[in-house]
Design a binder for this molecule. Structure first.
Ligand SMILES: Nc1ncnc2c1ncn2[C@@H]1O[C@H](COP(=O)(O)OP(=O)(O)OP(=O)(O)O)[C@@H](O)[C@H]1O
Ligand SMILES: O=C(O)C1=C[C@@H](O)[C@@H](O)[C@H](O)C1
Ligand SMILES: [Mg+2]
Length: 174
């Protein structure tokens, strides 16, 4: 099982969708699954039930996903790996890939975004601080891909090359 992590706007969901098209792997996006299960949007969930409820949903979902086939790819919500218990479960069960993206590019991508409550709450230097605070958690990963300024296709190729190097059984997916 592969967990794709990184800050809000780094491109985790985008990479997952591109991989779904390109290779024969099952991809689950934790934010999307939580929205489906809760029958609402993440913004409304934060607003109506609060962040602790959302974090509990994340941990519960992670535990449900763990028994899946080992070739499953999970694109996580940006804060999921910051819970030490989640991170430990992810390390025990699979491989963690951190999508690094420069904070300036993240700012550009999130500028007009209305769907991420923590990006709306933490703007400007507050977002920088959240990013800095979380970096050590993201860096506790098996692989890092620097996505800054790269096209989705280039990131897909880099991801697949890393997976191929480290798990030859993925060769037939390339
Ligand atoms: N390589 C890329 N080049 C240009 N734009 C990108 C790239 N990857 C993602 N984007 C754009 O950046 C925005 C955020 O991408 P995405 O939703 O995949 O981020 P995310 O990491 O899943 O964020 P979150 O943690 O909030 O779920 C989207 O508008 C997407 O189209
Ligand atoms: O970084 C975060 O804490 C978040 C990222 C998004 O993927 C969502 O999971 C939610 O908006 C919170
Ligand atoms: Mg996402």
């Amino acid at each position: 099982m592969i967990f794709i992590t990184g800050f809000m706007g780094a491109g985790k969901t985008t990479l997952g969708r591109a991989l779904e098209e390109k290779i024969n792997a099952q991809v689950f996006d934790t934010d999307q699954l939580i929205e489906q299960k809760q029958q609402t949007t993440i913004s409304k969930l934060f607003e109506e039930k609060g962040e602790p409820f959302f974090r509990a949903c994340e941990t519960e979902l992670l535990q449900e996903l763990l028994p899946m086939d080992r070739r499953t790819i999970v694109t996580t919500g940006g804060g999921m790996i910051c819970n030490p218990m989640n991170r430990q479960l992810m390390h025990e069960k699979g491989t963690i890939v951190f999508l690094y993206c420069d904070i300036k590019m993240i700012h550009q991508r999130l500028l007009n975004d209305q769907t991420r409550p923590l990006a709306q709450k933490n703007q400007g230097t507050e977002l920088d601080l959240l990013y800095q605070k979380r970096l050590p958690d993201y860096l506790d990963a098996d692989h890092v891909i620097n996505t800054t300024g790269k096209s989705v296709d280039a990131i897909v190729d880099e991801y697949l090359a890393k997976m191929y190097q480290n798990a030859p059984q993925w060769a037939n997916c390339l």
